[in-house]
Design a protein around this ligand. Sequence first.
Ligand code: GLU
Length: 312
Amino acid sequence: MGPDRLSIQAFLDDLEASFRQASQRGEVASYIPELATVDPGYFGISVCLPDGSVLSAGDTQKPFSIQSISKVFSLAIALGREGDRLWKRVGREPSNFAFNSVVELEMEQGRPRNPFVNAGAIVTTDAILSGRTPKETLAELLLFVRAACGDDEVYINQRVAEAENRTGHRNYALAHFLKSCSNLNSPCDRVLGTYFHQCAIEMSCQQLAAAGRFLAGFHPDFDMIGEPHVRSINALMMTAGHYDGSGEFAYSVGIPAKSGVGGGILAVVPRRASIAVWSPGLNRYGNSHLGTLALEKLSRFTGWSLFEVARV
Ligand code: GLU
């Protein structure tokens, strides 16, 4: 048995108080102009439990750019729609290179290593675009996210999307390379326009923790994609959710999780908790520095690591 709700709340409060003072906070993402100006002092953590209660500490109501965490939602829709056909176009292996690597894509002959590196997410977005306009695709995505978190107040930040469209040359390089390998159906600018808007969704920690319930297996009325796909997504979050830092994250935290360069992390403890943490400063892999540390401490305190044997 793990700690009860009151002791988890006390733990989160202490964590937040000590992280407020932290001097090492990592670096905010500067390659997306709108993200470069975010105050690195923010810190928030929310834990959603199976009984529906949400324990929170810090800046948990302020929406932030979820960036790559959105790849979890687009993957859920793509799997729901395409099923295993998606794996013809995208792999399921961890990556050895950075999240936006062009070299790795070339080495894999245009089949991205997994749906969470940028190239793989661009293919996934292309899959959900099929037969729809970008507007319809984004509406479907927002509908999914709002239903998942049970809150209609989730929006796309247009300025962030436009800034990334202006400066996202690497993602354009990836898209054009995918196209040259016939692994993109829609035109590059159409896919990337949709992808950048998807990444520019903003959510608070409280909303994100609630949204993760469908992956943790205790969403009250959400059976949109079915258990086998949930299991696949959790497995991919474990092996690839932190890019080439995923091994280190599994070692120190031991929970399936997906990070974004906005500094958020969504972490899922099957049947026990859905957790969202946000601190904008990033480590060298592009994952939240304090967010990762917070999850490491929380998983040790609660025994929620999937590899925990002491307290079963
Ligand atoms: N929109 C970001 C990009 O494509 C997402 C990367 C991330 O959050 O890791 O570069």
